[in-house]
Design a protein around this ligand. Structure first.
Ligand code: ACO
Length: 371
């Protein structure tokens, strides 16, 4: 039995390849570092859904199609408001609002995928504003996807640099092999269930702290460490009391996560605009070096290297997002990969149904012979 299906190859995909030994992530043919910082989110979503980058006219049409699907229905808005009244975490609000996207619509995989991709930023942005006592801002169809998400959150049009940084982030996390949420989505639609059911399940899987939970704690760690000269003692003490260093280690990557390099560069560029962010970035680079040295010494042979979450924290906080919205923002990028995977799974049309080792008792009898 392979616990947690560790090392088991469960499907073939053309969407992304994670090479954990070499530290390479290929997204539909492109190395993440060649694609994420330069392509628009819409180009990346098109690439995942169609298997190639769009021609300029296809890019424009795709952007317009997505932009036309941003507005939430009355029912979805009602769910968002109810969730905010109950002050649930943003990932719970997203998990409650996503199923409503299917209300009043005929099932259609590509159509459902486009609506889900377009709606995620509106759901999260609207929820964040309502939760924090601010009214939602009307959707805009003249902004690209990443800029529109920032507009939904902050109610103001972002600078080109800020929109680019978020776009790089969303592209970087758009897909990552058969991670837990993607696998969950594929299992759901392998029963010939619909796209919205698949992505709803994926949101539920991503919500768990073992999947999407580290960037907030990375910021807490940096704030606690405060200055580079305190880093070594801080890291040693954490390890001594048996705690893990957030933003390090990965089930697949045994070298530095290639997404960390992309996001480190994005955080570096973004941080030059504000002294506070520059100081945090410089501290993070120094803490990274110290943590790697101490982890190698205290956990020899484990190959614990910087993962994507370490620099995710810096990019998102420099954009003004709060840690509570980090995982839901991740979902706004990963939705493109989820949708492409469920469509790929539909085409495969093969039920995913592994077996289990039974470890319970046998031969028990009911008293008196009936239930
Ligand atoms: N700090 C200290 N020790 C660690 C860390 C860490 N960040 N990560 C793993 N280890 C140690 C474990 O204590 C264990 O040590 P032991 O052999 O002495 O008992 C050994 O490395 C192996 O640990 P596992 O849990 O088996 O490793 P796994 O590959 O399953 O863990 C995980 C991967 C969960 C990401 C882990 O590295 C971790 O908890 N990291 C910190 C949290 C984090 O950054 N999460 C985000 C990951 S990126 C993502 O999911 C998108």
């Amino acid at each position: 039995m392979a616990e947690g299906l560790d090392g088991v190859v469960a499907t073939a995909t053309r969407l992304s390849d994670v090479d954990g030994e070499a530290g390479r992530l290929t997204i539909a043919g492109y190395a993440v570092e060649d694609l994420a910082p330069y392509a628009s989110f819409e180009e990346v979503a098109y690439l995942l859904l169609q298997g190639r980058l769009p021609e300029p006219s296809e890019h424009v049409r795709f952007m317009q199609d997505l932009a036309g699907r941003r507005a939430l229905s009355r029912a979805a808005l009602a769910v968002v408001h109810e969730a905010a009244a109950a002050k649930v975490p943003p990932m719970d609000a997203l998990r409650m609002a996503v199923p409503i996207l299917s209300l009043g619509r005929e099932e259609n995989p590509v159509d459902d995928a486009m609506t889900a991709i377009a709606s995620f930023p509106t759901i999260v942005g609207t929820y964040w504003r309502v939760l924090n006592g601010r009214g939602p801002v009307p959707v805009r169809s003249d902004l690209p996807h990443a800029a529109h998400y920032l507009h939904q959150l902050f109610g103001a049009e972002p600078s080109a640099d800020r929109a680019r940084a978020l776009e790089t982030y969303l592209n970087t996390v758009c897909d990552h092999g058969l991670n837990a949420s993607t696998f969950a989505a594929r299992v759901i639609v392998s029963t010939r269930s619909d796209v919205i059911s698949g992505v709803t399940g994926a949101v539920g899987a991503l919500k768990g702290p073992l999947h999407g939970g580290a960037p907030g704690p990375v910021l807490d760690m940096l704030k606690d460490i405060k200055s580079a000269d305190r880093a070594e003692a801080w890291v040693r003490n954490e390890l001594k009391v048996g705690r893990r260093i957030m933003g390090f280690g990965h089930r697949v990557y045994k070298v530095r996560d290639p997404r960390a390099a992309v996001l480190s560069k994005a955080a570096d560029e973004l941080s030059s605009a504000a002294l506070e962010n520059r100081q945090l970035y410089d501290l993070a680079r120094s803490v990274e070096q110290t943590a790697l040295k101490v982890l190698d010494e205290v956990k020899p042979g484990r190959n614990l290297r910087t993962n994507v979450e370490f620099f995710t924290a810096l990019v998102l906080q420099a954009l003004g997002l709060e840690p509570k919205s980090f995982v839901a923002t991740f979902a706004c990028g990963r939705i493109a990969g989820w949708c492409a995977h469920v469509i790929e799974q539909h085409a495969e049309d093969h039920l995913i149904r592994p077996q289990s080792d039974y470890v319970g008792p046998r031969g028990l009898k009911l008293k008196g012979g009936s239930a």
